[in-house]
Structures are given as structure tokens and as C-alpha cells.
Design a protein around this ligand. Structure first.
Ligand SMILES: [Zn+2]
Length: 401
């Protein structure tokens, strides 16, 4: 079994150890040492990174059969069994994990104290840290006193100590939760606050956690998932949010505290503008339809409106056609020429007897496109040819005539 140096000193980063075994782990070269300061993935806390001599450590795991700590390497370690190797743990990453993990002890203990909420899950990810509390539908108002208590204990800078205990001692201790493993149990003690079994790495005084901030509550049936961050992550979060607010404040020429009202004003303004725009578009459309109807050409006892537009969407063509056929006696043929496709919309007034779908099919055939619809309203599209506007116009005119 590997001697775990981090049990006694979580701040030890540089150490020497003897190679005990070379092996392959998940397709990578790996070594087991007689002792290590590297923390392996366990108990919700991710593994350390760092170096063994000049070889990067990609991951650290525990071998189930004998609890040996396996260092998974980027390349084979050029040292035979029995030789010494120099280990170096990536300290910023380890310290981040210590801050988050120690903060979790405080948070879980505070939920227990104030709300009798048991912790049933813990996850320490690269971006988010979560605990699952066995209480449904916790609100921001419920958790505010918990966050307050945790930060008070952080600022009181209480000592955090660890020790191994015998089964008899264990039975007598008022633990927050029972140990999940057998054998000698390691107890983490936050003075006058929390006593819990844990094999992880912790700060030695609560002040090192710096700050704990709850970010989000996620309701999951009978439990509430609490997303939070501590220490360096909280500072980074503050930096980024402050930068966003400062930028928004500059954009809207208000102080950050005035942003909600400023954004509300903008949203209301946008809503009003969209309403005005829709109204004016409708007016414009009515005027355009009036003009087109007046210029319609007489043919076969009805009048034909045909027009080719540059860049007009199918939706715009449909609206205009609908506006036009509200009048009696009209056959309407509209096209919108785009860079790649030309949109076509044909329609007729209710009192005109003419199959616009059949007409659409004929025009589409001539243009190499596709289209169809009802006898009174049809639409289609065709590739825009080199002839562009003129080609479409001629084709429509020819077929209609
Ligand atoms: Zn712990």
C-alpha cells in the first residue's frame, strides 16, 4: 500500500519516493511509488496533476485490489524499480481543490445546523462545485443564512485538523455522517463546527478558503443541488461579472446598479418600435398594393398585376399578394429575385376563374424550379438565371399572355 503523504501534510508538493512497480493504466504508462504526495481521484475530489522527474502526471487513480496509488504518465518513466524519483504536485490546482473541498465541509455542516439538510452528493468539477442537499425546493431566502454562517466561520479563521481514529473512538464521536470506508478512519475536524470522516485534502485554517458564494439552486425532486464556488474561483467569478457589468454600464451610460431599469426601458422601447414597424409596414403594403392594382393590365375580362422585385422574401410576396387579391377581378403574379433563388407567388381574387397552381407549375417548368398550391393561391421557387430579373419577367409574361 502506498504511503499517502498528503494525509499528514496537504501542503507538501515536492517529495522523493522509490519506484515500486511499472504498469499500464488505461493504455498509458504508469508507476506505483512507495509513497506519494499526489492525491488520487476519490470522494468527489479530482486527482492532482504534476511531474515525476520530467514526466507529466496525467491522472492519479487507486488500484482496487490493494489500494495502491497509480500515477498515470504522459511517457514511460526512465527509472527501474527500486530507484528514487522526484515528485512535484501542481500546487495552484491542488490549492484550488483544497479551497473548494474544505468549503464544501463548511457548507454541508451549515446546512445540517441551520436546516437539518443532509448532504447526499458532492461534485468538484473544473468549473462548478455542487452539493446535493436532501431538502426539496430550497429558495435563495432559505440558503442565505447558510451562506452567511459559512463565511462567518471562514473569517473566524478556525483551525482544521485531521487524525486517524480507532473504532472505539469513532463510536463516541458526534460525526456529521458515517464513514463510507472500513479500516482506520481519518477524521477532519473544523474547530467547534464540524467533525466528519474524509480522506481528502483540506486547508489548515478556514481563513484560507477566503469566501464561499452560492451561485445557483437546482431543484431535483426531493433534493436541491447547490452550486457554489470558493476562494480563487470566487475572485475570478467576481472579476468576470464585474467586467461584464462595467461594460454594460458604459454601453448604456448608467451605473451598474441602474442596469436593471435601463434594460427594462430598452426592452419596452424595442417592443414599441416593433409594434410601430409592423403598423407602418402594413400601411406601406396597402399603399403599394393600391398602386399596383391601379397599374394592372386588362386581359380576358380580368386585370393582371405582374411584378418582379429585387430581393423580396416569400413572406413579403405573400403579404403583398394577399393585400392585392382582397380587391375583385385581379390575377397577381409576383417574383422576388435573390442571388441564388427566385421566389414566386401567384394569386387571384375570389371572383376570377383561373387555376394559379397550374400557371405556377408551367412557369416553374420554364424556369427549372418547383411550385404548386391551391387554384387561388400558389407559390414556388426557381434558380436565379443569368438573365435575372428580365428572364423571370419575360417568362411570367409569356406564360400569362
Ligand atoms: Zn474532506
Amino acid at each position: 500500500m502506498t504511503t499517502r503523504l498528503y494525509y499528514d501534510n496537504s501542503k507538501l508538493t515536492d517529495f522523493s519516493a522509490r519506484v515500486v512497480e511499472h504498469l499500464t493504466w488505461d493504455g498509458h504508462p504508469a508507476v506505483i511509488l512507495d509513497r506519494t504526495a499526489f492525491y488520487p481521484t476519490s470522494g468527489g475530489q479530482p486527482a492532482d496533476r504534476g511531474m515525476l522527474d520530467s514526466v507529466p502526471v496525467l491522472n492519479v487513480a487507486v488500484r482496487d485490489t490493494d489500494q495502491a496509488v497509480v500515477h498515470v504518465l504522459a511517457a514511460p518513466l526512465p527509472r527501474p524499480v527500486g530507484e528514487e524519483v522526484a515528485g512535484a504536485v501542481d500546487w495552484p490546482r491542488r490549492f484550488d481543490h483544497m479551497q473548494q473541498h474544505s468549503g464544501q465541509h463548511l457548507l454541508s455542516a451549515a446546512f445540517e445546523r441551520l436546516l437539518k439538510g443532509h448532504t447526499v452528493g458532492f461534485h468538484l468539477g473544473d468549473a462548478v462545485v455542487t452539493v446535493d442537499i436532501a431538502l426539496p425546493n430550497l429558495t435563495p431566502a432559505d440558503v442565505a443564512p447558510v451562506e452567511e454562517l459559512v463565511n462567518r466561520v471562514i473569517w473566524e479563521d478556525r483551525p482544521v485538523t485531521t487524525r486517524f481514529v480507532t473504532d472505539e473512538e469513532l463510536a463516541a464521536l458526534p460525526l456529521r455522517r458515517q464513514p463510507a470506508v472500513r479500516g482506520p478512519i481519518r477524521i477532519v475536524h473544523i474547530a467547534d463546527f464540524d467533525l466528519t470522516p474524509c480522506g481528502g485534502t483540506h486547508v489548515s485554517r478556514t481563513g484560507e478558503i477566503g469566501l464561499l458564494k452560492i451561485l445557483r439552486l437546482d431543484h431535483r425532486g426531493e433534493t436541491t443541488r447547490i452550486e457554489f464556488i470558493c476562494g480563487g474561483r470566487a475572485l475570478e467569478d467576481y472579476r468576470r461579472k464585474h467586467a461584464v457589468l462595467a461594460r454594460l454600464g458604459t454601453m448604456l451610460s448608467v451605473g451598474w446598479w441602474e442596469l436593471p431599469e435601463a434594460v427594462e426601458r430598452l426592452l419596452a422601447e424595442g417592443k414599441q418600435l416593433r409594434l410601430d414597424l409592423r403598423r407602418n409596414r402594413q400601411r406601406l403594403l396597402a399603399a403599394e398594393a393600391e398602386e399596383l392594382a391601379a397599374a394592372a393590365v386588362a386581359a380576358d375580362g380580368h386585370r393582371v398585376v405582374w411584378r418582379v422585385f429585387h430581393r423580396r422574401t416569400m413572406d413579403e410576396l405573400r403579404r403583398l399578394a394577399k393585400e392585392l387579391i382582397a380587391r375583385p377581378g385581379l390575377v397577381v403574379m409576383l417574383a422576388g429575385v435573390g442571388d441564388e433563388r427566385t421566389n414566386l407567388c401567384f394569386a387571384r381574387s375570389a371572383d376570377v376563374e383561373r387555376d394559379m397552381a397550374a400557371l405556377m407549375r408551367r412557369v416553374c417548368e420554364a424556369l427549372g424550379g418547383k411550385g404548386g398550391g391551391r387554384p387561388d393561391f400558389a407559390q414556388g421557387s426557381a434558380p436565379t438565371t443569368d438573365q435575372g430579373l428580365v428572364g423571370v419577367a419575360l417568362s411570367m409574361h409569356r406564360t400569362a399572355a
